[in-house]
Design a protein around this ligand. Structure first.
Ligand code: NAD
Length: 339
């Protein structure tokens, strides 16, 4: 087994602290060949408390691709927790998928968490389910197994979209067209809230099995939400979907989704702004999951948790009005306006 603090090291040919995404407190590497696991944990900032964030299990083309993902995502968690006023730091884990997930792999990941003694507390993310987290919990206390965060993220997003539509159109969601990319835990939940509010919901997924039991009125399955003509496009699948060329295919007025790191790079925010599309950054509106995960540690009851989710919408309102007044993107607005 290998366990290494690689923060200041040259590792796998990469000078970690010179990496373009690096602004972190700690980066750890862990490898256990018997369990088939190679993993990284990045702790971006723990000034406000232990670092929290999900763990991804996915195939990466290279070590650098996994490193870049964990560095970007953990920084995003610090920003997200700060905006949502959650007294925790930002962290993230990635497991480099080599084979199928197994209990041995999850147990070994628990060992990695235990070696960090609570400096990082993990939750699920792409490729890791709440069931996996419950297996890890058998071997480590450093996971959030209290709730499935997806439905909380979906509810926070719903409040955010409702407010954004209200500000943009001075109208309710009733009859508005919302296209959702990704019918997973977040996308499905969001679709149901929107449909109940009278919005016309269109949803796509690359995995057709995710769409087959959608029966709710007002929800229509489509092939591609990205270019669908709609009032709101909600990316709830994967990151880095907005690139200089892909944004030419958009056909929406507002973008508001749960997927992390939707912009390939920060300059795309300005491009969307100049196209007249209101892009609401994910770190502002996808904090429902961490609000759900931390509710028990923070002693929040159901009413207080729902208020924290509604506060996401209050922040959307404040920043949309501020950015409009200044004629800047919300992305820029977030850099200068306290929420
Ligand atoms: P999920 O794995 O349950 O669902 C994602 C869905 O997207 C899957 O059904 C997948 O088939 C589909 N998909 C992948 N690529 C696609 C594409 N190109 N077009 C259409 N569909 C595609 O994940 P989730 O928990 O619903 O999370 C969705 C996104 O939100 C992820 O980026 C995740 O990191 C982010 N996020 C999730 C939470 C949470 O609480 N679950 C919190 C914050 C952010």
């Amino acid at each position: 087994m290998i366990f290494k603090d690689i923060t200041d090291a040259n590792f796998n040919g990469i000078d970690i602290s010179s990496h373009h995404e690096f602004s972190h407190e700690k980066v750890y590497y862990y490898e256990d060949p018997k369990a088939g696991i190679k993993s990284l944990i990045a702790i971006h900032d723990s000034v406000k408390g232990p670092a929290i964030g999900g763990c991804r299990f996915r195939q990466y083309d290279s070590f650098d691709a996994g490193l870049t993902d964990v560095l970007r995502l953990s920084k995003g968690m610090t920003d997200k927790n700060n905006i949502a006023q959650i007294p925790f730091g930002g962290g993230k884990a990635v497991i480099f998928q080599q084979d199928q997930k197994s209990e041995a792999l999850l147990e070994s990941f628990a060992t990695f968490l235990n070696l960090l003694q609570g400096a990082y507390i993990s939750a699920e993310d792409i490729g890791i389910t709440i069931e996996d987290i419950r297996i890890i919990k058998k071997y480590s206390d450093y996971v959030f197994d209290n709730v499935d965060p997806g439905p909380y993220t979906a509810k926070g997003l719903f409040y955010a979209i409702e407010e954004a539509v209200n500000i943009y159109f001075s109208e309710s969601l009733n009859g508005k067209k919302v296209a959702i990319q990704g019918a997973g835990s977040v996308g499905r939940g969001l679709a149901e809230y929107l449909a109940k509010s009278g919005a016309k919901v269109y949803i796509s997924d690359i995995d057709q099995s995710k769409l087959k039991d959608i029966r709710t009125n007002n929800i229509t399955c489509i092939d591609d939400a990205f270019s669908f003509e709609c009032d709101v496009f909600s990316p709830c699948a994967v990151g880095a979907i907005f690139t200089e060329s892909s944004i030419n295919n958009l056909n929406c007025k507002i973008i508001a989704g749960g997927a992390n790191n939707q912009l390939l790079d920060a300059s795309i925010a300005d491009e969307l702004h100049s196209k007249g599309i209101v892009f609401i950054p994910d770190i502002l509106i996808n904090s429902g999951g961490v609000i759900g995960l931390t509710k028990d540690l923070l002693g929040r009851n159901k009413t207080q948790t729902d208020k924290a989710l509604k506060d996401i919408a209050n922040r959307v309102k404040k920043i949309m009005i501020f950015s409009k007044e200044k004629s800047i993107s919300i992305f820029e607005g977030l850099k200068i306006q306290e929420l």
